[in-house]
Design a protein around this ligand. Structure first.
Ligand SMILES: [Zn+2]
Length: 309
């Protein structure tokens, strides 16, 4: 019997990564290319080349799963600002025709959640919410290790919750326009670049998020003030996630999850925004982190192949 390999493909606006996994989800290798920007056909062709070259190397027809930014609706049509050529297309179906096998597809934050639901901590809990706080803010819910799929594919998009009016008033924050077209989405404040926007609001000066975290560690008062506001906003947002999904654990990934000052304060920051008597779920750092994109896509593919066989 030939060995089964699984390809987890993480598509971003600037790069595409394909990781090869064995049937036990051990990663064997990964490769990256620049995301073609010229046309949808070039984008599909680049994926075909990556997949067929892995097939050749591993002497198999690997199972294929894709994670990509944007909304993948119930008909598997893509709506993606980061990969605009794919918008309106059924990328999974189009690719499946070209490589002659089924292709599983999901939003990248949902892939992260799926991967972390099948981690050491994740498998010990029934309901796991995976939340990315990086260049954007998004997540997904898993129940019993499986992704919760919502009617229109948008469940987990917590970055587009409205900024709390209480906190907007408390800090006199400006109402910012979000990339999604709405006004005052919390992502504009709590994603990594949001910390720099908050600092600018308090100080009138421009620093990068990295510089603000450095300033915080050196005891700079404005950096501390900005960071306290930032943590308060994330606390309020995570309380809204808890109200919506009531998970046993929230697994946090993305660049900002590596700032230990945030992770240390998060539980305390959520408490004021949930009902008295309701406990804050466990908040833990992602086990697989950046590797969760390809790993989650591979888990999707594995589940699809399992369902077919
Ligand atoms: Zn938005």
């Amino acid at each position: 019997m030939t060995k089964q390999y699984i390809y987890g493909i993480d598509i971003g606006g600037s790069k595409i990564e394909l990781a090869v996994f064995d049937a036990s989800l051990k990663q064997l290798e990964s490769s990256r290319i620049v995301t073609p920007q010229s046309s949808y056909q070039d984008f599909l062709n680049a994926l075909v080349v990556m997949i067929l070259s892995a097939d050749k190397k591993y002497q198999c027809q690997g199972a294929v799963g894709i994670g990509m930014p944007g909304i993948i609706n119930a008909n598997q049509e893509v709506l993606s600002a980061n990969v605009p050529h794919a918008t309106g297309h059924n990328t999974a179906q189009d690719l499946a025709k070209l490589i002659n096998r089924p292709v599983a597809i999901e939003n990248d934050c949902r892939c992260f959640a799926l991967s972390e639901a099948q981690s050491y901590i994740g498998i010990q809990h029934t309901r796991v919410f995976g939340a990315i706080i990086g260049t954007g803010a998004g997540g997904g819910l898993c129940i019993d290790g499986k992704l919760y799929r919502s009617a229109q594919g948008i469940a987990g998009e917590y970055g587009h919750y409205a900024l709390s009016a209480v906190l907007q008033q408390k800090y006199q924050l400006p109402i910012l326009k979000c990339g999604c077209g709405l006004m005052g989405c919390v992502e504009s404040y709590i994603a990594g670049p949001g910390l720099a926007k908050i600092y600018r609001h308090f100080s009138g000066e421009v620093l990068t998020t990295f510089e603000i975290v450095e300033g915080l560690r050196k005891g700079d008062v404005l950096c501390q003030q900005s960071f306290a506001c930032y943590v308060d906003l994330i606390g309020s947002t995570f309380a809204a996630i808890i109200m919506a999904y009531d998970p046993e654990v929230i697994v946090v990934g993305g660049g900002m999850s590596l700032v230990s000052e945030l992770m240390d304060k998060l539980e305390q920051a959520i408490t004021p925004y949930i009902f008295t008597g309701i406990r804050v779920p466990k908040i833990v750092l992602a086990e697989f982190g950046d590797a969760s994109g390809t790993r989650g896509a591979a888990i999707l593919a594995k589940a699809q192949v399992g369902a077919l066989s």
